[in-house]
Design a protein around this ligand. Structure first.
Ligand code: ZN
Ligand code: ZN
Length: 231
């Protein structure tokens, strides 16, 4: 299977989904060249110490986090949700370009190893309808790669019912919908003490906060969040 892939790569060279150039690095099994990968807008140091959004002023918290309490300690995002980052996420989530999972998994693994060694990764459960339709689900697939390829500790302890897309709902409705539908899996032998929740886009933070609330109530003491992008 792998050999087949290599041969195929020689015959039909893989092109970068962003700039269209031929990808020379044969090891890269994802469709983004190194140059485009380096040009994606990464987050710098001056970020809100709760949600991780870039700050303009000198303060330590952004406006959306200033007066609120959260069930999670902090969020770290790989990218700002704009330009090419939006394009890559769109193609991954909605055009189901599966190989992009390897790109995101590599970036996420880097952060986990540096920032959260030994913290258990808990994927935010996706809608079952997606898995049923295309055979895989975006965050679930990345979690599998983190576990299998990078040997990182992943526990899928949250489960979700319902099929309504969160995007179409108001903030209050989102929280209500999530509280109803996301649950802790039954028959978990031992809950982890520290958890890092994994999700795609951090927008209002409602999804992360609700998932963190469930884990906190169950007895998890430290809950962090790691997302691909922040809006
Ligand atoms: Zn490129
Ligand atoms: Zn913030």
């Amino acid at each position: 299977m792998e050999t087949g892939k290599y041969i195929l790569n020689y015959l039909i060279p893989q092109r970068c989904m962003l700039c269209g150039d031929i990808i020379n690095e044969i090891k890269l099994h994802y469709p983004i060249c190194s140059e485009c990968s380096n040009n994606l807008l990464q987050l710098d140091k001056n970020c809100c110490n709760i949600c991780g959004f870039p700050l303009i002023s000198e303060s330590t918290r952004c406006l959306r986090c200033r007066d609120s309490k959260f069930n999670y300690i902090s969020n770290v995002s790989l990218y700002v949700y704009s330009g090419n980052v939006k394009e890559v996420i769109y193609q991954y989530k909605f055009q189901h370009k599966k190989s992009i999972s390897l790109f995101f998994a590599a970036k996420i693994a880097d952060i986990i190893i540096k920032k959260y060694p030994d913290v258990i990764i808990v994927p935010v459960p996706g809608r079952k309808i997606v898995k049923k339709k295309i055979g895989w689900e975006h965050i679930d697939l990345i979690s599998n790669i983190l576990k299998q390829k990078y040997k990182l500790p992943v526990q899928k302890i949250l489960t979700r019912k319902g099929s309504k897309a969160q995007k179409t709902l108001s903030r209050e409705k989102r929280a209500e919908n999530l509280r109803k539908n996301i649950k802790l899996r039954k028959r978990i032998k031992k809950l982890p003490e520290q958890v890092v929740l994994l999700d795609d886009v951090f927008t209002t933070g409602t999804t992360i906060n609700e998932c963190a609330g469930i884990l906190k109530e169950a007895g998890v003491s430290k809950i962090y969040s790691l997302t691909i992008a922040i809006d």
